[in-house]
Design a protein around this ligand. Structure first.
Ligand code: PBG
Length: 333
């Protein structure tokens, strides 16, 4: 002890500010708030229906009357926006996905019911054909199985206008066709929907983490092949920046990175490069992974949820789509 020169003791001690709860709170660089969250909800036909989804423990499909109750729960917990996904009945699915254009489809009925009963919550709607196609792809398919970009855009425009007419606040194209944001933006402008936002799923990867979602919307069993000709290769980061640049140039109000946790580097790169609102989708497989980890005793469930949500904020996200939203908002509140 006496032989050690005093200069070897640190003058700067980063532990000092960590030493007590009040000081940690004071020095926190990021905070979580319910308004950071968007809650994805699955809708199904019927009345007073709750259908649990086996691969997403704790998540259910709700009939329209009950999804309205969930919208109220979200609003009361301070969540600003919900995202809707329909489980279309098999007999309403077709190769051309025309049910997406039906003004009385499940999605539109859910939008109208929520906007009637809970007008002060935002409603985000997914634009892609997979809940409506008999083959489970997001676009139209030719006889050799190729996804037809421009023909698909025509249907996506109709789908977007259909959702906007029903009252959707944010149109979120998740289909990854080239050029769809610009065409959808122009169609919204021309049809009196200037105030409807577009949140582009700009950097959406062909991910192994979407499995439980496909169960939830009923497309897993239908999907032949994969989505690698339109969703991005997980090895690519520069390409994500090009996707984002295009969607912004075409008129996107905000952009999304998806999945979330494995792609936080992309979130940070997009935020640094473009300084626009960036959202991340903590997708179904990530939710299931956290639930499985907690069930296996690998960590405290609430702590795992809040730590992962904080990581999105730290990476630069404006907000996060998460199936944990209601529970997490209540933890934060
Ligand atoms: C469909 C769509 C998918 C998700 C959101 N929109 C699945 C897919 O692309 O196959 C996945 C969300 C999740 O896994 O939670 N266009």
């Amino acid at each position: 002890m006496t032989n050690i020169p005093s200069a070897s003791y640190p003058a700067l001690r980063l532990r000092r500010t960590r030493a007590s709860a009040w000081s940690r709170a004071m020095h926190a660089e990021h905070r979580l708030h319910p308004s950071d969250l968007i809650w994805p909800l699955f809708v199904t036909e019927g009345k007073q229906v709750e259908e649990p989804i086996a691969s997403l423990p704790g998540v259910s499909r709700w009939s329209v009357d009950r999804v309205v109750e969930r919208a109220r729960d979200a609003r009361d917990a301070g969540i600003p926006c919900i995202a809707l996904f329909p489980n279309t009945q098999p007999e309403r699915r077709s190769d051309d996905g025309q049910e997406a254009l039906n003004p009385d489809n499940l999605m539109c009925r859910a939008i109208r019911a929520i906007k009637d009963a809970v007008p002060d919550i935002g409603v985000l709607t997914d634009v892609a054909l997979d809940p409506y196609t008999a083959h489970g792809q997001d676009g139209l398919v030719d006889d050799r199985g190729r996804i037809l970009n421009d023909q698909t855009i025509d249907v996506l425009v109709g789908q977007s206008l259909n959702q906007a007419a029903a009252g959707a606040d944010i149109i979120a194209p998740s289909d990854m066709m080239d050029g769809r944001v610009g065409v959808i933006r122009a169609a919204l402008e021309q049809s009196g929907h200037q105030d409807v936002q577009i949140m582009a799923y700009a950097a959406k990867y062909a991910s192994a983490f979407y499995g439980p979602f496909r169960d939830a919307v009923g497309s897993r069993g239908l999907l032949k092949g994969d989505k690698k000709t339109y969703q991005m290769d997980p090895s690519n980061a520069e390409e994500a920046l090009r996707e984002v640049a295009l969607d912004l140039a075409e008129g996107a109000d905000s952009v999304m990175v998806k999945p979330g946790l494995p792609y936080l580097d992309i979130v940070r790169a997009v935020k640094d490069r473009f300084a626009v609102p960036v959202f991340a989708y903590q997708v179904s497989g990530e939710y299931a992974m956290i639930e499985a980890a907690a069930a296996a005793g690998a960590g405290d469930r609430d702590a795992l949820i809040l730590e992962t949500l904080m990581s999105f904020r730290r990476a630069g996200c404006t907000g996060v789509l998460t199936y944990h939203a209601l529970h997490a908002a209540r933890l934060m509140g």
